[in-house]
Design a protein around this ligand. Structure first.
Ligand SMILES: C[S@@+](CC[C@H](N)C(=O)[O-])C[C@H]1O[C@@H](n2cnc3c(N)ncnc32)[C@H](O)[C@@H]1O
Length: 311
């Protein structure tokens, strides 16, 4: 069953960014263009909305939206690091840049893309279908040590060694091809009592594989400083993340920009004269209301952080 697309933390994002007529905004993760629509409508005829997505589905949705907007529009197909580099080379200075990380409901619901453990599909998980690396390649060719650290680091999977041992046995017989073959291997490796209460037993492995296939964390680490550099003074950066590996990166990055004094703690009086580069737009990450979580369970783990560039 397909879930209709509902943009996550949409009201909160709009309130923090407060897009206004004539501004230029960059949506780094267009997806189903839900946020892009809300932002784009507020930019008016004098404004510009730039959309980025590595998935052609995002390009399609952006093209449909562009027809309806008064603002000028432009789409860059590719990963957001390359796209932001391109904008930097063009000396763009947008007022607003935002990212809604991870995969879209469209990607999850297009069963043959292999993002979901609920459908039987090829082990794919690529956001960009033109990319070479797939989940099947990782599962069938990476050595056991690398797979264990992948599941531990990106999936926080405590049964990583057991899963990788089972996987290794299975792939010696025949390479794994489908999501359900992988789900069966995972279920065979996790003790039955541990399969209840912590979400679907394959959830953490699928998260780890998806992050690796799409190089998601390296993308975030490279995109945040690029986006910050691009922003016009007074411009705003906002990021919605869906798990702690993402949110931690955003939190650290913004906190470091918002720091004033950087003198060592043993110096009693500030001598560095360091000025903050950012004003945090909320003290803590903004989470969805219980009402939003009830209406859109996908929003459950969302965290929104945003900052304004001071200089
Ligand atoms: C959570 S969805 C965005 C949903 C969107 N905000 C909306 O309202 O419909 C994330 C989208 O960003 C894209 N994406 C994720 N990481 C990306 C990256 N590093 N570069 C480009 N696109 C990326 C995915 O392909 C997906 O379409």
């Amino acid at each position: 069953m397909s879930t209709p697309h509902v943009p996550v933390l949409a009201g909160e994002l709009i309130e923090l960014l407060s897009p206004s007529a004539g501004q230029t905004a960059v949506d780094c993760t267009v997806g189903a263009a839900g946020h892009a629509r809300l932002v784009g409508e507020r930019l008016g005829a004098g404004g510009t909305l730039i959309g980025i997505d590595r998935d052609p589905l995002g390009e399609q949705r952006f093209a449909e939206l562009a027809e309806e907007l008064d603002a000028a529009t432009r789409f860059i197909r590719g990963d957001f690091v390359t796209a932001l580099e391109q904008l930097r080379d063009e000396q763009a200075a947008p007022d607003l840049i935002y990212m809604d990380l991870g995969m879209s409901s469209m990607q999850i619901d297009t069963w043959e893309r292999g993002f979901s453990y609920s459908y039987d599909a090829p082990l794919d998980m690529r956001m960009d279908p033109d990319q070479a690396l797939t989940a099947a390649e990782i599962v069938n060719t990476w050595d056991e040590r690398r797979l264990v650290s992948l599941l531990r680091e990106y999936g926080e999977e405590r049964f990583a060694p057991q899963i990788v041992r089972a996987l290794s046995r299975e792939r010696k017989r025949a390479p794994l091809r489908s999501t359900q073959e992988l789900v069966d291997v995972i279920k065979s490796a996790i003790p039955i009592p541990a399969q209840f209460g912590g979400g679907h037993p394959a959830k953490r492995t699928f998260q780890a594989l998806r992050i690796a296939v799409n190089d998601e964390l390296a993308q975030i680490d490279a995109a945040l400083p690029l986006a910050w550099e691009l922003l016009a003074p007074g411009g705003k950066l906002a990021v919605i993340s869906f798990h702690s590996l993402e949110d931690r990166r955003v939190k650290r990055f913004l906190a470091q920009l918002a720091r004033g004094c950087i003198c060592p703690p043993e110096i009693p009086i500030c001598v560095c004269g360091h000025e903050p580069e950012a004003e945090l737009l909320s003290r803590r990450a903004i989470a969805p209301t219980p009402g939003e979580v009830a209406a859109n369970p996908r929003s459950r783990s969302a965290h929104l952080r945003a900052a304004r560039k001071l200089r």
